[in-house]
Design a binder for this molecule. Sequence first.
Ligand SMILES: Nc1ncnc2c1ncn2[C@@H]1O[C@H](COP(=O)(O)OP(=O)(O)OP(=O)(O)O)[C@@H](O)[C@H]1O
Ligand SMILES: [Mg+2]
Length: 256
Amino acid sequence: MSTMAMDTQIGSGSQAAATEAAKPFFSVRDVHAYYGESYIVQGVSLDIRKGEILALLGRNGAGKSSTLRTIARTDDPQMRQGEIWLDGDPIHQMKSYQAAQAGIQLVPEDRRIISGLTVEENIFLAQVAPGTGWGLDQIYESFPRLAERRKQEGVTLSGGEQQMLAIARALARNLKLLLLDEPYEGLAPVIVHEIERILHSIKPLGITTIIVEQNAVAALKLADRAVILDTGEVAFSGTAKEVLDNAELRQEYLAI
Ligand SMILES: Nc1ncnc2c1ncn2[C@@H]1O[C@H](COP(=O)(O)OP(=O)(O)OP(=O)(O)O)[C@@H](O)[C@H]1O
Ligand SMILES: [Mg+2]
C-alpha cells in the first residue's frame, strides 16, 4: 500500500470518528403534542450529544413539562407528529414502558416515591424492571444519605432526600436519558449543591440529562446546552453560556 493511500485511509477513518462524535445521541424532530384538542407542544426540535446536560427553560406554562412527558411517551399529552430518536432507536412509536426500557427515565415534579415501601424497597422495585442499572452498593456510595436511611419509609424522607431517591431509582434502571422536572423545587441550597454534584458525577458515565428548572441560573451553570420554550415553540437553542451572557434573552423569556 502506498503512503498516500495509507494517509487517505487514516484521514477518512478519523473523519468518520469525528462525524460519529458530532452526531446527536438524542434527537427530537418537529414534535407536536395535544391534551385532547389543546395544542401544546408545537413543533419542538432539539439535539443532545452523549453525556451532555441540556437545560430546558421558559416561563410558566411554556410547555416544559409537556415536552418531557412527550419524550417519555406518556399517553397525555398525545404526540401526533414528529420523531424522537435515542441512541439510534426510534422512540416515537413507543409506549411509556417501552421508552423506559429503552433507557428514558422521567423524574416528575412530584417524584412519585411509593408509600408503604422503605428507601431500599423503592430501589429494589426499580431494579425489577427490565434493563440493568446500578446496584445497591454503587447507589449508596453516591448517595450516602440514602444509605443512612435505607430502612426508612421513602415518603417520610425530606424533600431533598426524596429527590435523591427518585434519581437513584432512575439510576437503578437502564438509564441513557434522564429527564428531571424541577428537581430543585423547594430545596435548600446545600441540597441543591449535593444534587448538582451527583448530576456532574454521572456525566462522564455517558448519561445524558434534560433538566427543567425555575432556578434557571443554577440549571444554566450545570448545563452544556440550553433550549428556551415559549408557548410550546423553541424560542432559543444554543449553549448555556450564550444564555447566561445574554441579558436581553434572559429578561425576555426567563425574567432573570
Ligand atoms: N393535563 C392537561 N390538560 C390540559 N392542558 C394541560 C394539561 N397539562 C398542562 N396543560 C397546559 O399545557 C400548557 C403547558 O403546560 P406545562 O405544564 O407543560 O408547562 P410548564 O412549562 O411545565 O409550566 P410550569 O413552569 O408552570 O411548570 C399550559 O397551558 C397548561 O395549562
Ligand atoms: Mg412544569
